[in-house]
Design a protein around this ligand. Structure first.
Ligand SMILES: Cc1cc2nc3c(=O)[nH]c(=O)nc-3n(C[C@H](O)[C@H](O)[C@H](O)COP(=O)(O)OP(=O)(O)OC[C@H]3O[C@@H](n4cnc5c(N)ncnc54)[C@H](O)[C@@H]3O)c2cc1C
Length: 395
């Protein structure tokens, strides 16, 4: 049986859900196809930070700030609690050398309009009294926030369904046929769907979907691991990150005062309080394919890093650990773009920022498809920035 839709979104993670929602808001008859449940991929195995402060000053930070600004409106618009909180974030400096690099990062972000404020040693401890006494300072970013990523993804899908969108869960895309001028036939293990527009939002599996139409999409999985603490007092009232996290993210040559395991697994402090009064503690970065098993050495390194910044954590129990795989794109920018194939779009590769960038991505793809004015210039996100991205495609 062939069904029809104006657009087929492949992937029921936060990116596909957001695209579906904004398409539905623009009255596009869209269908989302997800091989598992909603948020069963990376969007169900991550933190929920919405941050401009950890972006690279420039286009990256402009997009992150814009992305963050869309959340308060959406939280009011959805008939579903996504647990949005807008307490800002604090990035802490472990020593003077790091503070020097951090202050420069803060200055450049400020130049781009990101609301940052520097704290000296006294101020940073007044802000978070449980921080280790030798932490030398920090950087507060007021526009940063946090939410529950699974609730966000489900809320967007439910919002889209209310507006008339179709959702096919437990339905795997198995192939995509080009259908002459009419567009595509998306083959699934349940039924086929004829459509003029396909959006590939399959996260770390984006390359597999790309192969189905002959596109070679440079996205691969980068694992990150998280610890979950028992319910406890507020160790810190908002999101705290060590500046070394940015060094681990952008520069493999920067030297930090860490153990060999922390170095090997790219472990840096990321603390996130949740709305149920426990906290999440991360994180790590490594390329191990699609493996989402927790690794004991990484768990230990994350816990040690947590205690280094918050000594009170040594008496708090960890109740769970999980890992997810970030959709990593080689230049740390996502691909939000049309392609050489008319009607075929890519929205993927957000690495560690897919939650924060979900709304700006959904808005942008919807505007591209509907021919509307774009919320931000998408040129740096274009798929065309990669050479040799066409494998077997016949245009
Ligand atoms: C440990 C960790 C911490 C993180 N913390 C943050 C954070 O604090 N803030 C932030 O902004 N980001 C964070 N991220 C990154 C964020 O989680 C991702 O960028 C985001 O979830 C990616 O969403 P997605 O929709 O692209 O992918 P996914 O959520 O993986 O969705 C893709 C979907 O496609 C489906 N799919 C694949 N193939 C097929 C097929 N053939 N047919 C049908 N469906 C298919 C999959 O089942 C999957 O559900 C973190 C990631 C990790 C791992």
């Amino acid at each position: 049986m062939i069904e029809t839709a104006d657009a087929v979104v492949i992937g029921g993670g936060v990116i596909g859900a957001s695209i579906l929602y904004y398409l539905a808001k623009s009255n596009v008859n869209a269908c989302l196809v997800e091989r598992g449940d909603i948020a069963s991929g990376t969007s169900g195995r991550c933190d929920g930070n919405v941050m401009a402060s950890d972006s690279t000053p420039g286009y990256d930070s402009d997009m992150a700030k814009l992305g963050a600004e869309l959340f308060p409106g959406l939280a009011n618009e959805l008939d579903y609690d996504v647990h949005w909180s807008n307490r800002g974030s604090l990035i802490v400096f472990e020593n003077e050398e790091e503070a020097k690099v951090g202050k420069e990062h803060a200055r450049k972000l400020k130049e781009r309009g990101v609301p940052v404020r520097l704290f000296d040693q006294k101020e940073v401890h007044e802000d978070e009294p449980y921080l280790a006494p030798d932490i030398v300072g920090g950087m507060e970013t007021a526009c940063d926030g946090a939410l529950d990523p699974i609730s966000l993804t489900i809320g967007l899908v439910m919002g889209a369904k209310k507006l008339g969108a179709t959702v096919c869960k437990y339905t795997k895309v198995t192939g995509i046929d080009r259908n002459g001028k009419a567009g595509f036939v998306v083959r699934t293990d349940k039924n086929d769907i004829a459509t003029p527009v396909v959006i590939n939002a399959a996260g770390v599996w984006t390359a597999d979907i790309g192969n189905m139409v002959g596109l070679d999409i440079p996205i691969r999985p980068r694992q990150g691991q998280i610890l979950v603490a028992e319910q406890t007092f507020r160790v810190a009232r908002r999101k705290i990150m060590e500046f070394g996290y940015l060094m681990a993210k952008y520069s493999s040559t920067a030297k930090r005062n860490v153990t060999p395991d922390m170095e090997k697994y790219g472990v840096a402090l990321v603390y996130e309080p949740t709305h149920v009064n426990n906290f999440l503690l991360g994180s790590s970065r490594q390329f191990v394919g699609f493996d989402v098993r927790s690794n004991y050495r990484i768990m230990r390194a994350i816990a040690q890093r947590g205690i280094r910044f918050f000594p009170v954590m040594k008496d708090i129990n960890i109740i769970r650990s999980y890992a997810g795989v970030r959709p990593f794109c080689v230049d740390h920018l996502p691909i939000v773009s049309d392609t050489q194939i008319p009607g075929f779009y890519i929205a993927s590769g957000h690495e560690g920022n897919g939650i924060g960038l979900s709304l700006v991505t959904g808005t942008l793809i919807s505007q591209m498809i509907c021919g509307e004015k774009l919320i931000i210039d998408p040129t740096p996100l274009s798929f065309f920035r990669f050479e040799n991205q066409i494998a077997n495609v016949s245009l």
